[in-house]
Structures are given as C-alpha cells and as structure tokens.
Design a protein around this ligand. Sequence first.
Ligand code: SF4
Length: 357
Amino acid sequence: MPPPIFRVNDTRESFVMQEGSLRSVSALAAAGLIPEGQAAGLHAVAARYAVAITPNMVRIIDTGKPDDPIARQFVPTAAELITTPDERADPIGDDAHSPVKGIVHRYPDRVLLKALHACPVYCRFCFRREQVGPGGEMLSDDEIRAAIAYISDHPAIWEVILTGGDPLMLSPRRLGALLDALEAIPHVATLRIHSRVPIVEPARIGPALLAVLTRRKPLWIAVHSNHPRELTEAAKAACRSLTRAGATLLGQTVLLRGVNDDPAILEALFRAMVAERIKPYYLHHPDLAPGTAGFRLSIAEGREIMRVLRGRLSGLAQPTYVLDIPGGAGKVPIGPDMIEPGGVRDSAGRLHPYEQD
Ligand code: SF4
C-alpha cells in the first residue's frame, strides 16, 4: 500500500516563537533574572545551548529568590559548560535507533517521530539539548514523507509518538496534515504527542490547534510539568480545552535537584495534575545530558522520594519512576523496590516477612 499523502501547501512560517519570550542573556538580565555581574559569563553558555523563557513562565518566577525552582529550569548557569566524564551528547541513544531521519525505532510496537527541534522554552536539563534550539528547525516535507513511508512499511508499529522539540509548536495546518497522514495508516492504532506548550505557552492552545487535535483515533498528550506552580489558571484552562477536544492527558515530570526533589512538592504537583484530568505517567530520573550534573540526584534518593509518595498518594496520582538506560537500551522502572531478601517493606518503612519462591 502506498504511504498516505502528506501535503501542506503552506508557504508561511511553520512555527513562530511567542512574542515577549526572552531569548538571550541580555534579555534575561534586563528582566532581572540574572544577577548583576553574571551576565558576561553566560554568553558562552547561550552560544552552546539555546535559551528561551515564555512570558507565562517569567511571570511566575520569584526574582527575589536566587534558587527559585521555575528560574532554575530555564535560566542558564555557568555550570552548564562543565561536562562530566559520564555525560554524553545523546544520553538516551536516539541516534543508534534511527533508521530514517526523524524516526527513532527502539521498541517493535512504537516509534518516535521528531518533526521539529524547536521548543517554546529551553530547559537547562534537557536530554536533547544538543539537538533542540532555534537552529534545529524541522524536517523538510520530503523527510516527513520518508518518515511516514517508513511507518507505513512496518506493520508492527502500533503507536506513533510525536516529540522533538515540541510538536505543538507546529502550525495547526502542518500538524493537522501530519496527524491526518499518520491516522490514515491502518496499523497505527494510536497517536501520542509530548509537549510543554500547554504549561509554558497556554495561549497557543487555540481553536485552530484544537480543531486538528480532535481525531478519529485515540490521541494522548503527555504534558511536561515539573513543579505545581507551573499549573497556572491559564495552563489548567489549556489542559481542559485539550481534554474537551478529545485528547487524554498524561503527565511527564523530570526529577530535578533544586526543583522538585521533595515529596511534598511532587505530591502537590501530582494531585494538581489529577484534579485537571492529567494522569501522572512518568517521573524521569534525570539523564546524563552534558552540563546537567547540578540537576542530578542519586537513584537511591529518587527511590526514597517514591517510597514516601507511595504512602501518601492515591495510585491514580502515582507516576512510574523510570530511567532511560544510557546508550539506548530503553526505559526501565526503577522503584521503589519494596521486596527485599527478608520480606516486603511497607510505605512507612516497616519490613514484613513474606515467603518468596
Ligand atoms: S521542552 Fe522538552 S525538548 Fe524542549 S528543551 Fe524542554 S525538555 Fe527539551
């Protein structure tokens, strides 16, 4: 069967950054987000890793606090230029599983399709920080057709996950054409989009975008959010619009030192997600991306946070704590492991005898 047609007929720019976004060290300094005297040392960081913060995120930063958890996610620091020996440019091994440009085929039943490498914000801990940025741009129409042809030629592919970059940065017309082509492939049963847009630039979730996100096949949108303060009224309204349009929302969170490495903060975040019909899906252990050592905590610390959450939170609000094995071997759940040689430990830390074969 020939692959479905991907045609946009749209010569306008495929995506635009939000007006008022801060995209340089000078703009961040002028907004009071970089302490006086530190800006000069950060130009080299911004030359290596893209910088952008949307007005919605700027508004919720407490500039009086040097360790504000929102600022920490987006404001560059000099430490990003230090790469530790275990860090790598492609920490989760996308390149090793890329049969055609834009596709990552790591598991038999699903592929990633990275159509665009731009984001509304640039997170300082990003695992694709060597790829994303204003210069990363998007696949050409021919490259998108080749990616669609690959999916069409592989009947085992049951799910297509649009990621990037941020797919909701695409113009509604371009995103709609892409979703139409993917939905037309008979063996693709379900579609998923990974996005920061509903949280950091909720105004983008307007009628034109919502219209193309209303699909015949199930559409899941994994919303990336790391701190309860990010769920502003505007972000919550955007998420409700997506749900009303027929998407099922999932929550994706990265466990980050100095941002959310506290059970109370994660509890508030996951409760707020569920209240907005967002099912917490994954809590990612931070990847070994270059210059991100300051965000990483140990797996033992992460497991302890998850153990505390087990005792406090409904299962509805529990994400799976996962690690992407460096190099590309895939994602694995990493705890908390309540089974021990002596028995099984409850969420309060007490060990109970339990016979195991
Ligand atoms: S939005 Fe996602 S892909 Fe973009 S910089 Fe942040 S973590 Fe990376």
